[in-house]
Design a protein around this ligand. Sequence first.
Ligand code: 6R9
Length: 654
Amino acid sequence: MQSTDLIKPIDAPTPTKPGPTPHVSAADYSSMYAASLNDPDAFWAEQGQRVDWMKPFTKVKNTSFEPDNIDIRWFEDGTLNVSANCIDRHLADRADQTAIIWEPDDPRTEDARHITYAQLHRSVSKMANVLRDLGVEKGDRVIIYLPMIPEAAYAMLACTRIGAIHSIVFAGFSPDALGARINGCDAKIVITADHAPRGGRETPLKSNTDTALLHCKDDVKCLVVKRTGGQTTWTDRDYDCNALMAEASADCPAVEMAAEDPLFILYTSGSTGQPKGVVHTTGGYLVYAAMTHEIVFDYHDGDIFWCTADVGWVTGHSYIVYGPLANGGTTIMFEGVPTYPDAGRFWDVCAKHKVNQFYTAPTAIRALMGAGNDWVEKHDLSDLRVLGSVGEPINPEAWNWYNEVVGKGKCPIVDTFWQTETGGHMLTPLPCTKLKPGAAQQPFFGVQPVVLEPTSGQIIDGNDVEGVLCIADSWPGQMRTVWGDHERFEKTYFSDYKGYYFSGDGCRRDADGDYWITGRVDDVINVSGHRMGTAEVESALVAHPKVAESAVVGYPHDVKGQGIYAYVTLMNGQEPSDELRKELEKWVRTEIGPIAKPDLIQWAPGLPKTRSGKIMRRILRKIAEDDFGALGDTSTLADPSVVDDLIENRMNRG
Ligand code: 6R9
């Protein structure tokens, strides 16, 4: 139970060292927010000046959430190039400033690297020429399957330089998941590395790619970065990235892109079917990433910004690469994990590079909280000014630890609610806001949250209310479509509640009008801040020859936020055993990746179904939560006795 003491509002704290005047004060927030809704065209026309346009836009907002006509365009007649905005335009003033600080997996064997804007320009231009020489043209898709090394940022920016559309696949995904994404967007080339070191272990990315490519077209090429120099196989379609970049010209003009040309595709999980390719476009996304990065983190020139995410997730796109670099900032790219070589790693990196803004996920905070305060206290964190949280609701205990032990009560915490689909922050306090631990609090400029009654879809006005979170109008960072399937875009986000963008999350608006995200209301679970569709894990399980049926739900997990609980019904004649359980865990790891491995597998002789055959997930969730006292109405079940068996053999007790 939360004590009310843990969640009482806290005034925006004053920093340890005198800092710059914040970009936005509490009074500015109210007037700017009102302006952003009253006259979006004027507001965003001004914000659009954050980026350099090759041809200035004359139209600002042209968007429709009308049923059967979901059409979202921002700055549509302007042209620009993202890589020119993130690199070239900074060269006059900050060629020798560090753009990227790269921090290796193992600090005992490798040093951090500082990459200046001039060096970034050279490497990105070279890689862009390599891609071009390999036949990549404007509009082509490029899959990036890399560790957190500078080449991942080079590859992203090289794509944008020549107008290719990148799609990053997290290096923790399996060959099957990689293959599905290569085919899903019909990519011309995969950029990968020999091996990915992480937490002292190595993932064989090149060999995973070879396996994935067995299921792809023969002409897909593979560009390999040598990260470790470890052994790999080599075939006719493989190209050595380091060798080609050494030879390539460092002159590669940035191509002119229309504001609405696709910038990247990022696959993400939903409540049904296989992951969908979320499409972001060039102009609106960049304006929104740059603006949120500057204002939400109160980023100032010369600050050192660290977002601990991986570029395989949207957080890495917007707040490691595009936002910080568009702002001419210094951004840290971290190859490792929070607990390697020890549980002080995050704080060691913060102290070493004098980090000013630190942005991480609640799951990492909870894990480090468990490791004890000594790990934090032995490092000098006095340069920290703003702390951020993202990916899942942060529980007040973790919030308070982050505030007191990491921030010493001197750093505001911005709890940023957003999604792959939204491109940037949607609901978040700003550093000037009076904070409430665990609440995402207030909308960012231009964002119009509404709370709807889940079944009727009626707007719930007033405060102290709860319902589903929708957004009433478009913002520049919004996704534009699902790659190759605009109908799925409309159906997923605009069909349940007509005229609104549906987030898939539930929320509460408290008595003061502040927003609290209560978690997903669909069949998406959030494991360590990673989105996972229960349908994906189920279809992986039923693909195993010994499995007849499966239902997957989330359950509360102390560190991960949610764990994966799988009910499995075996084929006739198959006997449950610990070996089979391990075999299924391994199976899911290979089908999707380690993040999808079920935490608990319960053998289910039968699943609770309605007479029409629908699995009653509500009941399965309750049993997984060890809360079967409140199962609710089970009278519509075809065979109520299966529930008793499931309760008796439940895996999560207490
Ligand atoms: C950026 C990112 C999106 C889902 C989202 C919600 C959850 C993200 C949150 C949060 C509560 C926060 N979520 N931030 N819930 N408070 N501050 O995480 O994108 O991977 O697409 O996940 O994550 O449930 O719908 P993505």
